[in-house]
Write a protein that binds this ligand. Structure first.
Ligand code: SF4
Length: 480
């Protein structure tokens, strides 16, 4: 089966031509469909379609075919159901993060799109699958004159977010954000106790959403608690655990409780986490999530088109991995995220400044850095063993040998890792087009303050989250 899928991608241009002819022929059959009735034709036409497309594309009969917009690679074969791939998890050899035995479907689609008329994946996100149409024939819909919704695209001016982080970035300030780990607890005090290492050194804190597919307190709740403690939270939201109904509800709820920054993520597959038997939802992906959030905010309506009484105020972010190969896909992905509505980008760990410089040269050549604020991920590595594990196990993390050797030779590897993080921040700050850094100090949060202070990246300015921020409440209060 995989062999036919690869053949289809290699011949995407010819298949596109063939499909255009087929669609033309199908449309001529419209009077026949009217005469017999689409319901009667559903079974035989779907049967033929399943046989042909099952053989060629491993078709899952989603009922809303996107092959023309996904490089003739069926996105329903992606274990994460990403219709706008490749995700940041693609491995260096082009295989899937979840199933290393198969090539990344999104990457295959990107290759196929190069052979098609447009020469690239479409700018607007391909629409999510309509699950109530599963098993039904897309060909019959073409015959009946129904136009399957190909993309989420709309025109509307960007509404203000009221985000303090956005205001800082708009002033051209080099910002510092950091990752905040939600506790395995229902006690607000356990959230607030984790804030100390971040005061006076960061502008905003990213609240992870069950990172690594491991269960923790929800990012909505933690973000609200942080906001009440005087912090500027960036609420991360993934598509792994909720469908589009729950996601839109959470976005409205978070905005109602004062959350202004949202980072839209596809999310790790559940197989990577502590509940591998959970259902991986994947109803949306990061691009359709961005477009959905933007539609709520700017068009003032749900994805369904139903109007909102009051739209949410949101500053929308996306994650990026400039270090996942091939680099051209990362640039195209950045373009697509900007088109979908991303206003800021936070990247995977950067340890390879030369690779980052190459990426930023391409970003600047297109002027993309003027359309999105780019924050580069940095963090301390505690040992050479951790460095080797990171580069072997975390897709897209590229750690040069020189860094591993430094950690190996150091008498105090933890201190050496801290120094490397400081040097990286200083070098990253000097690259034109970069708007800030995002510090991820997993299980080394107490190092964040000294890393930021010793890098000198804040200069004389006071960050947004200070010691003089309102004292933390001991009791949860959900009203701003
Ligand atoms: S996109 Fe849907 S209809 Fe098209 S090949 Fe894939 S599963 Fe089949």
């Amino acid at each position: 089966m995989h062999a036919m899928r690869h053949w289809a991608v290699r011949h995407a241009g010819r298949l596109e031509q063939a499909y255009k002819l087929l669609a033309k022929a199908l449309r001529t059959l419209r009077p026949v469909v009217r005469l017999i009735g689409p319901q009667r034709l559903q079974r035989p036409v779907a049967g033929v379609e399943r046989a042909v497309k099952g053989f060629l594309f491993d078709c899952r009969m989603c009922g809303g075919c996107t092959l023309s917009a996904t490089g003739m690679a069926c996105p329903m074969n992606c274990p994460k159901q990403v219709r706008n791939g490749p995700c940041g998890g693609v491995r260096a050899d082009g295989t899937c993060e979840v199933d290393p035995a198969m090539r990344c479907v999104g990457l295959e689609g990107w290759r196929g799109s190069r052979r098609m008329a447009a020469g690239a994946l479409p700018g607007a996100p391909t629409a999510p699958a309509e699950h109530h149409l599963a098993g039904r024939s897309t060909w019959l819909r073409v015959m009946a004159g129904e136009a399957p919704r190909a993309s989420i695209a709309f025109e509307a001016p960007v509404r203000p977010s009221g985000s303090r982080l956005e205001a800082l970035l708009e002033r051209g300030t080099f910002v510092v954000t950091a990752e905040f780990p939600p506790p395995d607890s229902a006690a607000p005090a356990d959230v607030l106790a984790r804030l100390a290492p971040f005061r006076d050194c960061v502008d905003a804190l990213n609240v992870t959403d069950a990172s690594g597919a491991n269960c923790h307190m929800s990012s909505v709740a933690v973000s609200v608690l942080l906001a009440q403690a005087g912090c500027e939270p960036v609420m991360q939201i993934t598509c792994r655990d909720r469908n589009r109904i729950a996601i839109q509800g959470d976005l409205l709820g978070a905005a109602a409780l004062g959350i202004r920054n949202v980072l839209c993520l596809t999310g790790d597959h559940v197989a990577n986490g502590d509940h591998p038997g959970a259902r991986h939802v994947g109803d949306l992906d990061s691009l359709t999530l961005l477009a959905t959030a933007r539609k709520l905010r700017d068009a003032g309506e749900f994805l369904s088109g139903r109007k909102l009484a009051a739209p949410p105020q949101l500053f929308l972010g996306a994650a990026g991995n400039p270090f996942a190969a091939p680099m051209e896909t990362r640039l195209e992905r950045l373009r697509r995220k900007v088109a979908a509505g991303a206003q800021f980008l936070q990247t995977q760990y950067c340890f390879d400044v030369a690779a980052l410089e190459d990426f930023m040269a391409m970003v600047r050549a297109e002027g993309l850095h003027e359309r999105i604020a780019i924050l580069i991920g940095v963090g301390p590595i505690g040992s050479a063993k951790t460095a080797r594990w990171l580069r072997a196990s975390v897709p897209g993390v590229r750690i040069p040998d020189a860094i591993v050797q430094r950690l190996e030779a150091a008498a105090d590897a933890r201190e050496e890792g801290r120094r490397i993080a400081i040097e990286l921040i200083q070098r990253i700050r000097d690259i034109p087009g970069i708007a800030g850094v995002h510090v991820m100090a997993h299980r080394q949060e107490q190092l964040v303050r000294s890393i930021v202070a010793d890098s000198g990246v804040l200069g004389a300015r006071t960050p947004l989250f200070t010691s003089s921020a309102p004292p933390a409440r001991s009791e949860p209060c959900l009203l701003p």
